[in-house]
Design a protein around this ligand. Structure first.
Ligand SMILES: [Fe+2]
Length: 347
């Protein structure tokens, strides 16, 4: 993808098709020079910083590919959505929202956080399981925003729109004057929608995707491979992208009917190829996706099993109780101050 400009908004491709863990960024060249999701190459960021100071970094959500380069902006304010703001006060909250605690337990979560201190910048593939940028780039929070806010850049304005489901606070940035939207990980890749975090939700994810259609926008700037879509291209891509959810439902249904457990279903691979599941993050995402599908299928009666098997599936697909940790999941929250979560006792 080529760099492109809409008014004062520059689209900065992530390099390598912006394939995870790269990500396309937006640079708003205005009075308050702002970069949104700086997941592009380090050399590009040096170039941007060489052209002038960046006042503000805004992350649409806390996922690695969107925040990994925050640490390069030592003199900029760092902003994250209010709902996920605890992630930038204690990295253990990333382990909670991301799925580490849900899949591997608290002790492993503690070890992950402790282990990060010994890590380097690895650029490891396929996932950044061990990369110190989790710590470097989540260590500071200077501002939060909430859905419905209007962000002022000087001459340019963007409206923050809700995009939950992918992560609990994920947000779209809609520029009404330029008629563009930054759609973050509503990205229309072959993989389909991602809702493999403890804070993800299948139905909310679908709803967020469908909400794009109603926006008065001409261009939809995705974070990854698909690049920039016109409205026509978006309408074309959306059904196939949403079909992935149904396809996963079909696979999970078949396996539930065969009497497989949630864990067994995940180990066979539903969203990811089985060979990729050796990576702890990939397996974690797979397992959380499967849990959400299995729970939804069984609890809505779409799949009917013996009573004993049903209760076992419901038990094995229990979500992590994020409210109990203090995360604010209410849609009405004012976001006036960052949410307070239970601190982790590291002993
Ligand atoms: Fe993401």
């Amino acid at each position: 993808m080529e760099e492109k400009r809409f008014g004062r908004v520059r689209v900065i491709p992530g390099g390598g098709d912006s394939r995870f863990p790269a990500c396309t960024a937006l640079l708003v060249e205005d009075d308050i020079r702002t970069i949104i999701d700086p997941g592009c190459r380090k050399e590009k960021i040096s170039e941007i910083l060489g052209q002038g100071p960046v006042d503000r970094v805004i992350n649409t959500h806390y996922h690695f590919d969107h925040i990994k380069n925050n640490y390069l902006f030592a003199d900029s304010e760092i902003w994250l959505n209010y709902r996920e703001s605890p992630c930038f006060k204690d990295v253990f909250n990333i382990a909670r929202l991301g799925g580490i605690i849900e899949v591997y337990g608290e002790e492993k979560g503690r070890q992950w956080v402790e282990g990060l201190k010994e890590c380097a910048i690895t650029n490891a593939r396929p996932t950044p399981f061990k990369d110190i940028r989790w710590l470097l780039s989540s260590g500071r929070l200077d501002g939060t925003y909430k859905w419905g806010d209007e962000i002022d850049f000087g001459h340019t304005r963007a409206k923050v729109l809700p995009a939950p489901g992918h992560s609990m606070g994920c947000s779209y940035f809609f520029f009404p004057e330029e008629r563009i939207v930054y759609t973050a990980d509503s990205d229309f890749t072959e993989f389909g929608p991602f809702y493999g975090g403890s804070d993800s939700d299948i139905d909310a994810c679908v709803q967020s995707l469908v909400s794009l259609v109603d926006l008065e926008a001409d261009y939809f700037i995705t974070s990854h491979e698909a690049g920039i879509l016109t409205l026509e291209e978006l309408l074309d891509a959306l059904p196939g992208y949403l079909d992935k959810v149904d396809e996963r439902d079909v696979i999970v249904t078949e396996r539930l009917r065969k009497g497989m457990s949630v864990d067994e279903i995940a180990r066979e691979g539903v969203c990811y190829p089985k060979r990729a599941l050796k990576d702890p993050f990939v397996f974690m995402w797979e397992k959380v996706h499967v849990k959400k599908h299995a729970r939804r299928l069984v609890s809505t009666g779409a799949v009917q099993l013996e009573m004993e098997s049903m209760s076992q599936i419901l038990k094995d697909s229990e979500p992590l109780p994020l409210e109990q940790y203090g995360f604010d999941l209410s849609v009405e929250s004012t976001g006036e101050k960052p949410a307070e979560t239970t601190p982790l006792d590291f002993m």
